[in-house]
Design a binder for this molecule. Structure first.
Ligand code: FE
Ligand code: ZN
Length: 489
């Protein structure tokens, strides 16, 4: 402060007046830098016949040259804090009792066939009940749920069901066959069919519900969101050092000037599940646990997150390792387990999936357990490229189409896993492999983990890519990848 008053004295002695916002500005500048530059400030003022020294006049001298931390302090003054808008976060709903999952499937069928009909480019869509009346050689389209999918001698036998009945459709042409191989059991699809005989229907094409090219929303200030997933706190393979480097970077204490500049603009952190490793998630997990108490795992996670700068809003959804029921949709991690997280007002504990808006940019967050079922069974897909699987889910307009595989789904009255609203960003984790991809204007972010290869992954030959964060400029949707393994050296 002594330095500041000396500088004010110098300004006044030169016959200049320091305005009050000029005074506020000076307080945010490193006194040493201020001393160095004051002569040229005074000279410039006298040359231009300026008598009042205010913030914007001073800004021209310090803008590009001041240390990063000072830029940050200034921004704190300039930028108001904007909370994420929660468009939906789900809580369990009563199950469709007597009807069981039939009710649930009906909801899925209704929702996705509505999406098809909204497209407007599909003509001659009929229901199974009308087919018997159609003359031979009629070409028509039918929307239904894939109940069964059998491959036999380069032919596909598809059992399709709608709300009136079912139909078996066969492929004869090779390219239609290959396209059909990408179909997922229980997904809703539209099939272009020709009726050859009373009981013989040939597929001419498969049409996915898909999305129209997304016209993106953008934030109207240059702020960034960071996307990560799968910390697995409590597991012996959790890479705490690497995660601490990530926190160091967010605090402006790691990386190049450019990295620090990026960090200073981060206002949101999105974590797509598996915050902790949990207890009893897989056989013999206990041998790989460093923290063997679920409460303590969340305590440790809260301790880590508490070191993240206060101006960053943190959004957390659960994964299959977290302390909630495994069936989708998974409710938010309960307060009982995560007291410390709930006490922090900038931490938002949401469901899996959930849908938020960050200053207008819409983000659909889902842990992505269903990627296991999709990536393992479809030609051209593999675990090293999870975002390709995300693209397929988006085209199916469903976050977990396959029922009864390894992803449990709660048979609720309404299927809330249908992707009705198309986001700007779709964020998933779970596979532990990082990949970014764009599909029709949607940024697909598959987050890697903060955990090194486990014995389970070694058996499956899955090579995780830990320590990578994705940064999105919310004003342009430009993405940056930061690899902390490289940065930490
Ligand atoms: Fe995980
Ligand atoms: Zn997971």
């Amino acid at each position: 402060m002594e330095n500041v008053s000396k500088i004010i004295k110098r300004i006044t002695e030169s016959g200049l007046i320091l305005t009050s916002d000029g005074f506020e500005y000076i307080k945010t500048i490193d006194p040493k830098r201020l001393n160095e530059i004051m002569d040229s400030v005074i000279q410039e003022a006298q040359r231009k016949n300026v008598y009042y020294i205010d913030g914007s006049f001073l800004d021209k001298f310090f803008e590009r040259r001041e240390p990063i931390q000072k830029i940050e302090e200034k921004r704190e003054i300039r930028y108001e804090r904007i909370k994420p808008e929660i468009i939906y976060s789900l809580h369990p709903e009563p199950l469709g009792e007597v009807e069981g999952f039939l009710r649930y499937f009906k909801s899925r069928y209704n929702k996705i066939s509505k999406l098809f009909r909204r497209r407007g480019d599909l003509n001659r869509v009929v229901k199974t009940g009308e087919i018997s009346k159609l003359p031979m050689k009629t070409r028509f389209k039918i929307i239904g749920m894939v109940r069964d999918l059998i491959v036999r001698r380069r032919r596909l036998y598809l059992d399709l069901e709608d709300d009136e009945g079912s139909i078996t459709i066969i492929t004869t042409e090779d390219d239609v066959f290959r396209k059909g191989l990408m179909l997922l059991k229980d997904q809703v699809v539209c099939v272009d069919v020709i009726k050859l005989r009373e009981d013989l229907f040939i597929a001419k094409d498969f049409i996915w519900p898909d999305i129209a090219t997304k016209v993106n929303n953008r934030a109207n200030r240059k702020v960034f969101a960071v996307f990560i997933s799968d910390l697995h706190v409590g597991n012996t393979h959790f890479l705490e050092g690497l995660f601490n480097d990530f926190i160091k970077w967010l605090n402006g204490r790691l990386g190049s000037e450019f990295h620090k500049e990026v960090a200073s603009r981060v206002r949101y952190l999105v974590i797509a599940g598996d915050l902790v490793d949990g207890i009893g998630v897989y056989p013999n997990q206990i041998n790989e646990l460093e923290i063997r108490d679920l409460y303590e795992q969340y305590e440790a996670a809260a301790r880590l997150l508490s070191k993240i700068p206060r101006h960053i809003e943190i959004i957390i959804i659960p994964g299959n390792h977290d302390a909630v029921a495994k069936a989708l949709p998974q409710p938010p991690i309960p307060e009982e387990y995560a007291k410390k997280l709930y006490m922090d007002e900038r931490i938002h504990i949401l469901s899996n999936p959930s849908y938020i808006s960050l200053e207008g940019v819409e983000v659909l967050i889902c842990h992505g357990k269903a990627l296991d079922d999709v990536l393992s069974s479809k030609p051209g897909l593999d675990f090293q490229h999870p975002a390709k699987g995300m693209e397929l889910l988006l085209r199916c307009r469903h976050l977990a189409p396959i029922y009864g595989a390894t992803t449990p789904i709660a048979p609720e009255r309404e299927d809330r896993l249908v992707i009705e609203r198309v986001p700007d960003i779709l964020h998933m984790g779970h596979v532990h492999i990082h990949q970014i991809r764009r599909y029709r204007g949607v940024t697909l972010i598959a987050s890697g983990s903060w955990q090194s290869q486990t014995s389970y992954q070694r058996r499956l030959d899955i090579k995780p890519t830990p320590g990578i964060a994705t940064i999105v400029d919310l004003s342009s949707l430009q993405t940056y990848t930061m690899d902390f393994k490289a940065l930490s050296g």
